[in-house]
Design a protein around this ligand. Structure first.
Ligand code: UDP
Length: 404
């Protein structure tokens, strides 16, 4: 993350409002499956303390910017539409002192440097023409470590753990389209000692505490990227004529499917078998030897799981789409088996549901090594605020978390 972003206290130097400062900030999160805007309003009465989050406005547009890799001006259009929403949310008098920042995640990390830069340039141009405050480094690709840490900061801020004196915190699991992140505060020394390479640990300061987190982002292990890998569709050639088959799809299913600006012909295996067991073998290839198993997960507390973990749990009928809920890892497994065995007879809510549920089960069990009894708190929103790294990025902007 940038350390030279303009701080809120600087932006407020000429602020007319006496007393507690109300500040707004817009973050655009550019993911592989969509571009979103978050406008946060904070109340900051004491610069020594964490601010209070007063309100959030959220809006999203599909597809993600990476779908415009070959027509970057369309990326500018997406961002212009989202800034229109920001203009409606932020009072006109506040525009000039409201910073606007875009952070891109896996979708742009997966593109070549030139293509990603052309998209970022378009976004920068739209920002520069906007009436908002455009800080240095306002448009960039965020690295996976920051993505994991900032999502952890968001969830722990929203659940009140960052204010508490106790060092009790919650771990997070984030499943995007292109990448997946796991971040938690280890309790055992051995967890840090047994990491494969140094970049699985990140230290950062927030107010008067230093945290040493286990965090990792797996590029290519987001749900959509995992579909591609399962189908064997990561090949560069033959997209025009090849059909990618999988026993995770209904046997008679045949269609086109697009991700990251490319379209693939996909189908079930009409002459072969389909179902959970075969599907598990297919998705295991995407996980095995790639995902590191942290030492202490076997007897860990609750993890907050959001993004596609939440969306698919809703699609499969495991939780309510508004309330969310608590599930055990074994609930995903049981449901995956059920969905896969039924797909031949009943049309699924999405033809990919068996593949997605089986992948999630495999990622949790054979990937991270969770026990079947591990509890996951599935959530879309905490206290009406979207669960994502964007809030953490905002706190970082105003309070400089110093990730090292
Ligand atoms: O502000 C956000 C950002 C992402 N998501 C969810 O994240 C998933 C997709 O992630 P994304 O496209 O950002 O993937 P990435 O490119 O970061 O891997 C979907 O479930 C979205 O609903 C969300 O709910 N709010």
């Amino acid at each position: 993350m940038s350390s030279h972003l303009q701080r809120e206290d600087e932006a407020h130097r000429d602020a007319p409002t006496p007393g507690p400062a109300h500040c707004c900030r817009t973050v655009q999160s550019s993911g592989s499956t969509g571009t979103r805007i978050h406008v946060y309003t904070f109340i900051q009465s004491d610069s020594e303390k964490l601010p209070l989050l007063d309100n959030e406005m959220f809006h999203s547009i599909k597809p993600g910017l990476s779908a415009y890799a070959d027509s970057p001006e369309m990326a500018g259009h997406t961002v212009r539409m989202l800034l229109k929403v920001a203009k409606k949310t932020v009072p006109r008098l506040e525009w000039k002192r409201t910073p606007v920042v875009l952070r891109a995640t896996a979708g742009l990390r997966l593109l070549t440097t030139d293509k990603a830069q052309a998209l970022l340039d378009q976004v920068q141009h739209v920002f520069d023409e906007s009436p908002f405050l455009v800080p240095d480094n306002s448009v960039s690709i965020m690295n996976g470590t920051s993505e994991g840490i900032l999502a952890w900061v968001s969830l722990n801020f929203l659940t009140g753990h960052l204010n508490a004196q106790t060092k009790k915190t919650v771990g997070i699991l984030d499943l995007g389209g292109g990448s997946t992140q796991i971040t938690f505060l280890p309790k055992m020394r051995k967890t840090i000692e047994s990491i494969p390479v140094a970049d699985y640990v990140a230290r950062f300061d927030i107010f008067n505490s230093t945290f040493e987190l286990y965090t990792h982002s797996y590029l290519g292990n987001g749900l959509m990227a995992a579909r591609l890998a399962t189908l064997g569709a990561l090949v560069a050639e033959g997209l025009e004529w090849r059909t990618f088959k999988s026993s995770c799809l209904p046997k008679k299913f045949r269609d086109e499917w697009s991700f990251g600006g490319l379209t693939y012909r996909v189908s079930g295996d009409p002459d072969g078998y389909s179902g959970y067991k075969l599907c598990y073998q297919e998705v295991l290839k995407v996980v095995k030897g790639i995902i590191h198993q942290p030492y202490e997960l076997k007897d860990s507390d609750v993890f907050y799981a959001f993004s596609y973990y939440f969306d698919r749990a809703v699609d499969a009928g495991l939780i309510d789409g508004v309330q969310g809920g608590m599930l055990e890892v074994r609930d995903f497994k049981k449901k995956a088996k059920e969905v896969c065995s039924k797909m031949a007879k009943n049309p699924l809510i999405t033809p990919f549901l068996c593949m997605d549920m089986t992948y999630i089960t495999c990622l949790l069990k054979d990937g991270f090594g969770f026990k079947e009894s591990t509890v996951l708190q599935l959530t879309k929103k905490v206290n009406n605020v979207e669960a994502s790294w964007a809030l953490g990025a905002t706190l970082d902007h105003f309070h400089n978390l110093k990730i090292h």
